[in-house]
Ligand binder design. Sequence first.
Ligand code: MG
Ligand code: MG
Length: 630
Amino acid sequence: MKTAIATVSIAGDLSEKLAAIAAAGFDGVEIFENDFLAYDGSPRDVGQMVRDFGLEISLFQPFRDFEGMPEPQRSKAFDRAERKFDLMGELGADLVLVCSNVSPVSLGGIDRAAQDFRELGERAARHGIRVGYEALAWGRHVNDHRDAWEIVRRADHPNVGLIVDSFHTLARKIDPDTIRSIPGDKIFFVQLADAPKIDMDLLYWSRHFRNMPGEGDLDVYGFMRAVAATGYNGTLSLEIFNDQFRGGSPKFISVDGHRSLVYLMDRVRRSEPDIRIECPEMPDRIAVNGVEFVEFAADEEEARELGRLLSTLGFTRALRHVSKDVELWRQGNINIVINTERDGFAYASHVVHGMNVCDIGLKVEDAAATVERARALNAEPFEQPVGPGELKIPAIRSLGGGLIHFIDEHSDLARVWDIEFRPVSDQQAANGVGLTRIDHVAQTMNYEEMLTSLLFYTSIFQTSKTPMVDVVDPAGLVRSQAIENEAGTLRITLNGAENRRTLAGHFIAERFGSAVQHLAFATDDIFATAAALVGNGFEPLAISANYYDDLAARFDLEQDFVDRLQASHILYDRDEQGEYFQLYSPGFGEGFFFEIVERRGGYGGYGAPNAQFRIAAQKRRMRPKGMPRS
Ligand code: MG
Ligand code: MG
């Protein structure tokens, strides 16, 4: 299937838009009439420019308020149509979208509308143009694709067909399976958009909050399965009105859009094996079995500071790279790599961002297949020259400028620590504190980047998203959402900051971009861990006494239990399934920190209700260093 996107979906002038759309891999564009108004050139020039970018004009739109008009509006509507057909001829477009009439003077009546479309089809045919009819969710008489189809059916003209748009169908809660009874060859075009579930006026919702398939809450997948069942094999086009996207980077929004369509086609192809769907072949979504390592880029001084903190957290400096200034710190199944090389990717990352998590290693079934899928979904593979004896580990660039490496069990990759590393000569076993594995990796980003991250992770890996929650920072709101797999072996939390006075926003501003802001380690016994930490000289983030007074009341807890929590600065949360315990390190660098968690029962969250208390405690500590008072 061909892919297209409406130029209105992204920011920029027309040539910037087309460059971004072509680079992302789309086959075509929907041209809006408004694209001419701002552009200094004739329709002929615009058509040529589109083709020069290697794109086709998949659709011209919109043609409004056409069907069911009384005279004299009816004749005028046909005159307008003739002018559009001429313009389309110059442009080189052969399909026009007519959206259902919203005019208060329009008369309604299925047969009247069908008659109008038959006549329009005749006129269009003379220009070599096809007409597609779309039911707007807020159309005056026609607001349901089933009625639009009945009009097209009765118009009975080869140049008149139906256009379906997932937003208009799903926003009105019309069962998308009703599309299955429409002949595929009478569907001339398919537009796709998702949206977050918000209860608001349909028109306003549609014009401002649409997003890419998979980014919102609508069943675009079910819609697309129904479309595929009809035998439709034409273009899939994104028509996304979103204020944030129109203010964002045309390049990144285009990539997100293309990724969303390819992912959707891949999903539908897998669920409908009897239907032929032309789309790029790729391995299925990748199961992740855990985080194999997290790598920090640092200079010597930062590495010493990080090492000291890891020591008090019970990590042992275990291995050293055979030829590079790279060390491995280990506890349980947690591998922390500290890279102080003056060359290569980590160094480049350090120059730009200062100390930061520059690389994450994920355990997967098949590392090469993972890169293959990621590449099919617009991710960028990463390679750098490897030294003698080093393994070539498959990797991609993640968002925010870091890397993700993939380790599997079927090759030497699983033995990377034995092959590339040697035990350090002066190893001193630390006093472990019972940390077993990485529970979650928390990434902080600008709010605008959250949808991009969400689509990136859910399209490549077998993961799903949790509902978004708001975290209150005294200086503003931080949105939080998690990507996780069913087994809980991959948990990534995304925190979107709306302004830089929040702790999260401050972190992004200081390190010039989104990044991992905290790592959470799991323990099976948080009280034992807390006691062992004290023995190591670890100083936890101090939580206010008021928090514990409130906690006792909120959950109706025994005072003894609350006293134990308070003594160790442990935060507590509970859901229907189980309990959650959290403990934080003080921050270091530009606001990075570690967290230790214990999940009891099937607790599924991340302690969101506690985040505001943690943030307040961190800000209390940071203020003397110039953190703005909020
Ligand atoms: Mg539409
Ligand atoms: Mg956390």
